[in-house]
Design a binder for this molecule. Structure first.
Ligand code: MTE
Ligand code: MO
Length: 545
């Protein structure tokens, strides 16, 4: 029998490992149960959702501006890092003071429970994943911390009175607190106890990995939505949107229609809702004569199905930015749906809600007076991709997405701006937000080095309510020169433009501005994105040699 000096840091290190693998097991177990109970009950996702909802608007803005479409990934990695640090610290502390070690984890579990319960449409059953996960994770934690403490303490102080090598000495300290600070010598078999601890920790890690894998399998098998989307025939449209006009594409390398896979994505959903079309219902209610419950069949068979080519723009698009896309949408007119419901004359807004509880406020007039505003279910000839709102979303030309383009829409409430507000309204955005005229230079890129001679300057402009009637370019603050305009199928899309510039050596600044179909010239005045969209002329600086 040897007596070895062991130092607290070693116990703390084992405790930290115990905390990490137990937390992993907790989360993985919860994911498996959540795959069975329902996606909204995954505590990790629920906490993520809560963080998004509680974040000050400046932080959300910063996240979208800085990380773009990676904002959600960054959020999850961030939460993961925080959890890992807390779990490791909890484990390390617990090797000395078990009661103190579990304080923060217990608080976190309670916070997660609150986050789950406060999620959209949550019920008590949704606590099951967290509950089961916590039981499993806590059991692993208690056992592992026990083992971690053993290898570094005097034998008589082991919590359960036995030694890892099974020689069964009597313990004096059931909760370990009496022997705090007595990290002096271990009992006889430090190697064996270390091996036992590492084996147990490794086993726990393996169990967590197995659970995570199981969660994936269960999640995919339970994915009726993918089967639903794959098996869904799109009903034919009563009209045909003309092919992209031959003269529409005048910018090298830019397609007039955006492929679904390239279409920008902006939403607050941490996991993309995946629901089957055959169980989908859109409820129409509020200030109406008749409430409607629109199932997939009712939606696609009661109303005229139409195709519309519409450019959608995000309010978060900075001057010169790329948060805009153009697609052929298939669906039914919202005007028809609202006529069927019969709208009260005192109403002035439709509050649309998604399956995950996000809302948009759309002026009623933009829907009932429009031949283009739609409840869409097709995008460029396919059912909507899950990321873009499967099975049903709204699309309204001329209004920014956050006030009109509700994805995964389940509820349309006819109401008044005075009575209701949507998700972004209390977060510093305008309740009503028509798309502002914008134009951008796509070629040449900023800071390009170009040879002297003819240089093609080209890009895209939009006012997807009225359409664009003119685009002008100027060089170094000189006179505005008209650009050549690409053709458009109608007023609801963006428009490409191009200008041939006789470039002379030196550094030059190119600017662009557009004019809408009402003759209104795009303003030079710079405006921030909040509250209702950026303005200002886009410019690039190039060097001609
Ligand atoms: N359910 C839901 N729908 C939503 C959003 C959202 O956060 N949740 N974001 C809106 C915003 S801000 C925009 S710009 C458009 C973007 O649609 P896309 O992701 O299909 O391009 O969706 C709108 N619909
Ligand atoms: Mo947006």
């Amino acid at each position: 029998m040897t007596t070895t000096e062991q130092h607290p840091p070693r116990a703390a290190g084992r405790g930290a490992l115990a905390g990490l693998v137990s937390a992993a097991l907790l989360l993985a177990t919860a994911t498996v149960v959540a795959a069975l109970v329902g996606r909204g009950s995954d505590p990790f996702l629920a906490v993520g959702d809560m963080v998004v909802r509680l974040s000050p608007k400046a932080l959300t803005r910063f996240a979208i501006d800085t990380f773009g479409s990676y904002d959600k990934l960054v959020l999850f990695v961030g939460i993961g890092v925080v959890l890992a640090v807390v779990a490791a610290l909890a484990g390390a502390v617990a090797t000395r003071r078990p009661a103190a070690g579990v304080v923060v984890p217990v608080l976190l579990v309670l916070a997660a429970a609150a986050a789950v319960l406060l999620g959209p449409g949550a019920g008590v059953l949704d606590l099951l994943p967290l509950l089961v996960g916590t039981l499993v994770g806590a059991t692993a934690f208690v056992l592992l911390v026990g083992l971690a403490r053993r290898g570094t303490r005097t034998a008589t102080s082991t919590p359960d009175g036995s030694t890892p090598d099974g020689s069964g000495r009597a313990g004096s300290s059931p909760d370990g607190s009496a022997s705090e600070g007595s990290f002096v010598a271990t009992h006889g078999r430090p190697r064996a106890s270390r091996r036992l601890f590492l084996g147990a920790a490794g086993g726990t890690a393996a169990a967590a990995a197995a659970m995570a894998a199981l969660g994936r399998v269960v999640g995919t098998t339970a994915d009726d939505a993918a089967a639903s989307r794959a098996g869904l025939g799109l009903p034919p449209a009563g009209n045909t949107v003309p092919a992209v006009p031959a003269g529409a594409e005048v910018v090298e390398g830019a397609t007039f229609r955006t492929a679904n896979a390239d279409f920008y994505r902006v939403d607050t959903a941490l996991t993309v809702p995946r629901e089957a079309a055959d169980t989908w219902v859109v409820r129409v209610h509020g200030l109406v004569d008749r409430e409607l419950e629109l199932t997939w069949d009712r939606l696609t068979r009661t109303f005229d199905v139409v195709d519309r080519e519409i450019t959608m723009v995000c309010v978060s698009n900075p001057v010169g930015g790329t948060l805009a896309g153009n697609a052929v949408w298939r669906g039914v007119r919202l005007a028809d749906v609202l006529a069927e419901a019969g709208v009260d004359p005192t109403a002035d807004m439709v509050l649309s809600t998604s399956v995950d509880g996000w809302t948009a406020s759309t002026p009623l007039a933009a829907l009932v007076d429009s031949d283009d505003a739609m409840l869409a279910f097709g995008m460029n000839g396919e059912p909507l991709p899950f990321e873009h709102g499967f099975p049903v979303r709204m699309v309204v030309p001329g209004l920014y997405g956050y006030v009109s383009a509700t994805k995964w829409v389940t509820d349309l409430e006819v109401t008044r701006f005075a009575d209701d507000e949507a998700y972004w309204t209390p977060r510093g955005y305008a309740a009503e937000a028509p798309v502002k005229t914008a134009s951008r230079i796509e070629v040449p890129e900023s800071f390009a080095q170009l040879p002297a001679g003819t240089v093609v300057v080209a890009g895209t402009a939009w006012h997807p309510g009225l359409g664009v009637d003119a685009v002008e370019v100027r060089v170094d603050g000189g006179d505005w020169q008209p650009a050549q305009l690409g053709e458009v199928p109608g007023p609801t899309t963006w428009r490409q433009w191009r200008y041939e510039w006789a470039a002379e050596p030196g550094q030059h600044r190119l600017e662009v501005r557009a004019t809408d179909a009402d003759g209104e010239v795009q303003t030079e005045e710079r405006a921030e994105i909040a509250p209702d969209g950026s303005t200002g002329w886009h410019s690039v600086v190039v060097t001609v040699a």
